[in-house]
Write a protein that binds this ligand. Sequence first.
Ligand code: FAD
Ligand code: DLZ
Ligand code: SF4
Length: 521
Amino acid sequence: MSSQRPILVPILGDQLTRDIASLRGRAKDDTVILMMEVWDEATYVKHHKQKIALIFSAMRHFAQDLRDAGWTVDYASLTDEGNAGGFSGEVARAVERRTPRAIHVVQASEWRVQQDIEQWPDKFACEVDIMPDDRFVCSLDEFNDWAEDRKTLRMEYFYREMRRKTGILMDEDKPEGGEWNYDSENRKPPKDGLNAPQRPLFEPDDITREVIELVEDQFADHFGNLDRFGWPVTRAQAEETADAFFAERLPFFGDYQDAMVHGQDDLFHSMLSTSINLGLLDPLELCQRAEREYEQGNAPLNAVEGFVRQIIGWREYVRGFYWRFMPGLESDNALNAQRGLPEFYWTGKTDMRCLADAIRSTRENAHAHHIQRLMVLGNFALIAGISPREVQDWFLVVYADAYEWVELPNVAAMVLYADGGKLASKPYAASGNYINKMSNYCSECKYSVSKKTGEGACPFNALYWHFMDRHRERLEKNPRIGRIYSNWDRMGEDRQAEYLDSAETFLDTLEPAQSGWARDQ
Ligand code: FAD
Ligand code: DLZ
Ligand code: SF4
């Protein structure tokens, strides 16, 4: 360590890369890295046990890597005596211990934490440099410039800009293959026996085992179980997961992107979100690699474009959207949805087979794939009119990849239309028909998907029309959805009443969650 006072570099739990802006170009003998396990972050909602274990294990492995590479790392473990319990308190302790000449920190990914960090220049008697997070293709200023004069924000146009900016899947200034988006080819229903190769699951090593014990001990009352913990916790493991995806699943990623198969939890999805969000993998490199697979003839264009769109399209877009509309986004409720979250979201105890399977996967794996989140769990919450705050909390708790910056726009805006349509051109409401088409759930469900109303009818069917009816005033003007109302009107009053009664009878059976799983009451 040099004789002058060092630079203190706090690295947050989702900034686990040596290429983070605050470390880039720094000298090892002039830098103290600070990593902090803190009670505030572990409990602001009662995260799934696997999520806490994943983050702590990845943090501890990363700290070890940094030390092995010659960096000085101050690491605050959750149960260390004197742990201040929050980022600001831990930085204060480090400032006292190390008397740094400056603090260099990369902007937090979440609004809550960033509010704290912005107090640091007033709190600490040294210079504080808060740097932009340049792990994204689009900076926040760039997003705001793009969004500024638009009446409506649509991912598709933003995505085209990102394609142009990165040059990915571009043929000079034209999109590869002539189209920007091959989504229409990415809606194949699952064929019988559709089976995807198992993703790599990693046997917990000593560090992970220790963390699992800590989580069992300190967070026993949190949702989920740790039995199947196999998440990648190092960059090497994350790369192995990516290798397996590119070799075995990418070619089918597009075709079966929207498919759901009972008990096939990952299908052809990449299972890379936890690693990308933690910083273990670089999102742009993954897209470039997918592009190479296309160029080498290993994967078709619809698959590669679909994958690239999720990352440089949706992922970048929701991040810009989050920062543009926070803090209001978390309390938006344009559809005035007030119903409590049903207890079955936590227990999985429901006869609706689609929901039960998605919740089982959520509890066992801290993961459900996109279409389960959107069209099963999300769709039900939308059409049943569940309060956005309760749905947001649930999604933030239960997924190992959940951070508010990505969870909130997806839940509040994409799924629940709580933003009134800033993000999506229409609510993604669907009846049982959609789920039946895209899955094998319905054939063995206790409910009948072809029955529309009355006893034994699939609840999604009546709830769908209940939703459309109660939001008619707003939705009938929407060109993408308004024409549905001519079908509704053609049914006649008696049939309409049967739908509405059926929906209400079903809604009356829902038990609201009592158990305080999301937050301490
Ligand atoms: P793949 O299907 O293989 O997709 C590849 C990558 O694209 C993902 O790893 C992810 O980085 C990115 N991606 C795909 N869809 C989205 C999207 N809509 N928004 C942002 N990035 C996307 N993703 C999270 O990372 N954290 C969340 O908390 C989260 N909450 C969600 C909540 C709801 C209601 C919905 C509908 C989606 C949510 N998503 C979230 C997006 C998506 O469902 C997950 O990223 C995906 O299921 C992760 O699995 P995967 O890595 O196998 O994804
Ligand atoms: C999610 C999480 C949890 C559970 N615990 C910690 C922690 O103890 N220390 C930490 O640095 N990060 C943690 N995280 C991730 C943070 O919430 C994440 O870094 C913030 O989203 C940054 O905005
Ligand atoms: Fe879900 Fe309805 Fe199909 Fe049952 S019948 S699995 S509730 S969509």
